[in-house]
Design a protein around this ligand. Structure first.
Ligand SMILES: [Zn+2]
Length: 105
């Protein structure tokens, strides 16, 4: 288990989790539920963290993280009709419940 990424914005961490898993890199998010209390600014050690399961994936994970697909896309955010959560435009599925963006209308 190696921590490869951390950000204050959970959506950003969730994006990378989905992205790396699409590349067959197993990973998981830690601190998912910390620092989420309304009105609190979480300390950096409470930020959501992305960890890869297999240490051998480290180099590849960093390669993808360095590619910054977030910056290449500027799709509008959208709201999930299933659970009501907002997802960034680059998500094809709801980060929260997995509902597909394409099925929304
Ligand atoms: Zn949803």
């Amino acid at each position: 288990m190696i921590k490869v990424f951390s950000a204050q914005d959970f959506i950003e961490v969730a994006f990378w989790r989905n992205y790396l898993e699409q590349q067959d890199i197993s990973c998981q998010i830690r601190n998912e539920f910390l620092g989420s209390a309304v009105g609190e600014v979480p300390a950096i050690e409470c930020w959501p963290e992305l960890w890869i399961i297999n240490d051998n994936d480290e180099a590849e994970a960093y390669k993808y993280l360095a590619s910054e697909p977030l910056a290449e896309q500027s799709l509008p955010a959208w709201q999930c009709v299933c659970c009501g959560e907002q997802s960034e435009g680059q998500f094809t599925d709801c980060w929260n419940c997995g509902e597909s963006k394409n099925e929304q209308d």
